[in-house]
Write a protein that binds this ligand. Structure first.
Ligand code: SAM
Length: 266
């Protein structure tokens, strides 16, 4: 297996405890019907105003995907949730005719029937893709293999699974629940691991502009920018790792980040 090939779902090196399922309540939102809300984190999975528009603004445009997609482009995501961000990225890749590889990290996976309900509002845009995603969605594994998309979700607490991951990403979607409610997914040590699993010149985007998150990402080596958020949100955050100069360290910030040891798989 090459260093950046995704692990098979059961081939993850760390022996992980069984994961807890998502704990959902449903809230009525105008134009969307019932929207899933995490009872554990007391936060919705996507914007109650227009989840898909926010996904496109924050994660696709925030990572500059329309201009950066090339065959084999690797997206990784902290917080797989409903799979909505994956569907949007897959759709973009399909429109560009480029193959995409996706790895999601998820501690509390939804059951397939919950995911089906959560994704119902997006049937007009993604009906066929939703069917294919749900075909590969089991309680203990979520994978998808199509000509233009190879996707897997690594189940477990990302604080344990990401350090063990042998892959690298060109772009990250950082989509935990609000940092105040879900601080685990925004811990500086985890964001350092995000940088460690990003190629030189790679990027992240997130809807939050929380100062502690921005500082942790800068400390991890990203050149961080606060930019306009979606809709009523004033700000969001994007960032890039410096591109390594031949023979150089990639700049002072990147010099702090050492990539994962993939030699065992090379
Ligand atoms: C805002 S939701 C993600 C929404 C998702 N990106 C989508 O497209 O539907 C945040 C997700 O992070 C997950 N999560 C929270 N803490 C986690 C952790 N420590 N490790 C991995 N996933 C976690 C939650 O279970 C939830 O699915």
């Amino acid at each position: 297996m090459s260093p950046d090939q995704p692990h098979p779902p059961h081939g993850h090196p760390a022996a992980l405890a069984p994961v807890d399922a998502a704990d959902l309540t449903w809230r009525e939102a105008e134009g969307l019907g019932a929207v899933p809300v995490s009872a554990r984190f007391d936060d919705p999975y996507y914007s109650l105003e227009d989840g898909l528009a926010e996904t496109c603004h924050v994660f696709l445009l925030g990572n500059d995907l329309p201009t950066r997609l090339v065959p084999g482009f690797r997206v990784a995501e902290l917080g797989f949730g409903t799979g909505l961000n994956l569907l949007a990225a897959w759709d973009l890749a399909e429109r560009h005719g480029t193959a995409l590889r996706y790895t999601g990290f998820e501690a509390f996976p939804m059951r397939p029937e919950e995911a089906a309900r959560a994704l119902m509002p997006w049937t007009p845009q993604f009906g066929d893709k939703i069917t294919r995603l749900l075909d590969g969605w089991r309680e203990d594994a979520i994978t998808l293999d199509t000509p233009l998309l190879q996707a897997e979700v690594i189940l477990g607490d990302a604080r344990q699974t990401l350090p063990e991951w042998r892959g690298m990403a060109d772009a990250w979607f950082l989509d935990g629940f609000a940092p105040a409610k879900n601080p685990e997914l925004w811990e500086p040590a985890l964001l350092h691991q995000v940088a460690r699993h990003t190629v030189p010149g790679g990027s992240f985007a997130t809807y939050t502009a929380a100062g502690a998150v921005r500082r942790a990402l800068a400390e991890a080596g990203f050149a961080v920018e606060r930019v306009r958020g979606h809709g009523t949100k004033r700000h969001m955050t994007i960032g890039r790792l410096p591109v390594n100069e031949p023979g150089g360290t990639g700049g002072s910030a990147a010099g702090r980040v050492s990539p994962p040891d993939t030699s065992a798989q090379a």
